[in-house]
Design a binder for this molecule. Sequence first.
Ligand code: NAD
Ligand code: TDX
Length: 345
Amino acid sequence: MIIFVTGGAGFIGSNFIYYMLKKYPDYRLVCVDKLTYAGNISTLQKAMENANFRFVKADICDRDTIYALFEEEKPDIVVNFAAESHVDRSIEDPEVFLQTNIIGTAVLMDACRKYGIKRYHQISTDEVYGDLPLDRPDLFFTEMTPLHTSSPYSSSKASADLLVLSYYRTYGLPVSISRCSNNYGPYHFPEKLIPLMIVNALHDKPLPVYGEGLNVRDWLYVEDHCSAIDMIIHNGGVGEVYNVGGHNEMKNIDIVKLICKELDKPESLIIYVADRKGHDMRYAIDPTKIHKELGWLPKTKFADGIKKTIQWYLNNREWWETILSGEYQNYYEKMYSQIHNRQCE
Ligand code: NAD
Ligand code: TDX
């Protein structure tokens, strides 16, 4: 079995590569990644030692290169993780989100049509459903919930989903889609809430909470997402969408306070900053379909997963310190300059 994994130098893609190499020693995994600011080749260092792993630096929008790779490798399955993934960046500059998340998806599926494929799997997100109100805890996203996006990021992901389903209906391409809730775990880029708060707390830097910190996210340990994808690509229905989430809703402020407690840092580091534009209030996945059809259940409880994650950041300082010393620093200073301004007031 040959699996193409796009975006494998990023957070979830790299975790998926390690999960699959361990579980299926006979499979060949070919990772295609452009190595944007979010891709980190050092993350795949251990995978490079495996003879069944190949890394190719390429842009999924580059049709000639993608076709040449398909011609050469003849993959059985494509799992598309490659994306611009940060909501705040999409608000600043949407264009690259449209390019990678929509056009890139189309190029990959065209290659699948041209060379033949057993399965094209699209990694989507719960954000395509928009948000739920805080005062209706009885409501959850099901696969039938209408798409109703808020940010340029989620709109680009929803556009890709529609394109994927259209390739199924129009061309009969054997596709599937998973829409997962917020992941956390090792190799999570420190612009996202959990790793940002961990590394800032370790440096005794302010912990910037948007608005009042009351927004709710439904957190899933990344390995549980990987096991869901594994089940879908092997046993999931063609043309089907699967929601993935572990019923673990938490307010942002509670997560940040928990990180302070675990690291023995004072809550006085927390600073409330201007809210994200169009900020979604609550995400909550109903995972009944994947549980009933494929038997998927998450294994890691949040209380354990967050401890493991914090420990990983403590044990792998070099990984994130290299990121903090690079181009990311400019982004952080631009995005969070208000922290400095407020402190000076
Ligand atoms: P990430 O930003 O950590 O990684 C994205 C990877 O894609 C990087 O390695 C980057 O170099 C690569 N990439 C970007 N543009 C590319 C291009 N044009 N060609 C080739 N490679 C390119 O993202 P992540 O958090 O690992 O998310 C992976 C996927 O999962 C995304 O599709 C995202 O929408 C989805 N998702 C993420 C979460 C989450 O909580 N992080 C939740 C649900 C769904
Ligand atoms: O500094 C911050 N302060 C803050 O309060 C950051 C970076 C975030 N937040 C808030 C915004 C959100 O309510 O924390 C919450 C989580 O934010 P992010 O980590 O940026 O994640 P989110 O916007 O929920 O999107 C994530 O989950 C769904 C991923 O980045 C997406 O790729 C995925 O599709």
